[in-house]
Design a protein around this ligand. Structure first.
Ligand code: SIN
Length: 304
């Protein structure tokens, strides 16, 4: 028997295959494709204190081996999430990691306090890294501000805390170190890379918001590089994100330093991919003579 369970400080997952925020809706629309109890967990779309209409259209565009999005955190707001979305998510028989964003640490505190009323939540992921919204939601570019948000949420709720970090900084390591010191249980590495698409015939940007976040296989080497750099420098469990679509991708992130992974853009073109990866994981671990996920995490051999 292979032991697929992973422990990221206070967060226990039955297996390391999660689905990333913003690529899985609020799960209802994925019912036909995914056996929810089989996967490690669901991270629904980011929710903010108030409803947000999101950015002007077009909001997505396909790029070479990837996609750009500039959704702008479109969501119905925290109240409606708690009454209309969360009860359904918590009934699905898998871990639910609520993803929140806010414009101030005070707003983060208020949201975190209310999550205490829902004991079934596995963790809260702090989206301090959205590249598509201006005004206070990209705390993740500043180590002190990122740490302050983590500290505030940690003090306000008893739920494990994950900080989702941006790659759009010179180095992610100081931010990862700061949020680890502030007490987060894990870091999600990484959110999207800021990019742009242009229609030269119209001489216009393609996205309504001009800039967007690049995701998909195009960013996998970049995300792996950041997981590697943080794993070498910071003692904090890592959840790898970035172009994961195959079991080889999963294994690459695990050996490089991730204890779990999030499947994101691949859900759009293969909505059943998360279940497929869970099924394929034991055979891949066996190729490294491992009978548990923990045995392969951070096992990259470095020759210097
Ligand atoms: C968005 O809603 O614009 C994307 C969310 C994110 O990148 O954090």
């Amino acid at each position: 028997m292979t032991n697929l369970a992973v422990q990221l400080n206070r967060l226990h997952l039955q297996n390391p295959i999660l689905v990333a925020s913003g690529t899985f809706g609020y799960a209802k629309e994925m019912t036909a494709f995914v056996n929810f109890p089989a996967i490690g967990g669901i991270i629904p779309k980011t929710v903010t204190p108030q409803p947000r209409p999101g950015n002007p259209t077009p909001r997505t565009v396909e790029t070479a081996s990837g996609m750009l999005n500039s959704i702008g955190l479109d969501n119905d707001g925290f109240d409606l999430f708690l009454t209309d979305k969360l009860p359904y998510l918590l009934s699905l028989g898998t871990s639910v990691i609520v993803n929140i964003a806010a414009k101030s640490t005070e707003e983060f505190r208020l949201m975190a306090e209310r999550l205490n009323d829902f004991p079934g939540i596995a963790a809260v992921e702090l989206n301090i890294s959205c590249p598509n919204v201006s005004g206070g939601v990209d705390f993740g570019t500043n180590p002190e501000q990122a740490a302050q948000v983590v500290r505030t949420v940690r003090e306000s709720c008893g739920i494990p805390v994950i900080a989702k970090l941006t790659p759009n900084v010179t180095s992610v390591v100081p931010v990862a170190q700061a949020v680890a010191d502030a007490g987060c249980d894990a870091v999600s590495l990484v959110n999207t890379f800021q990019g742009m698409a242009v229609n030269w015939k119209k001489q216009r940007p393609v996205l309504g918001n001009i800039l967007g976040g690049l995701s998909g296989p195009a960013i996998k080497p970049l995300a792996l590089r950041i997981v590697y750099q943080v794993a070498q420098a910071v003692d904090v469990p890592i959840i790898g994100i970035g172009g994961i679509q195959s079991i080889d991708d999963v294994m690459e992130f695990l050996v490089t330093g991730a204890s779990a992974v999030q499947v994101g853009t691949a859900n759009f073109y293969n909505p059943g991919v998360s279940c497929e990866l869970v099924k394929q994981l034991p055979a891949a671990l066996a190729q490294l003579n491992a009978s548990s996920v923990a045995e392969v995490v951070r096992t990259l051999k470095i020759q210097k």
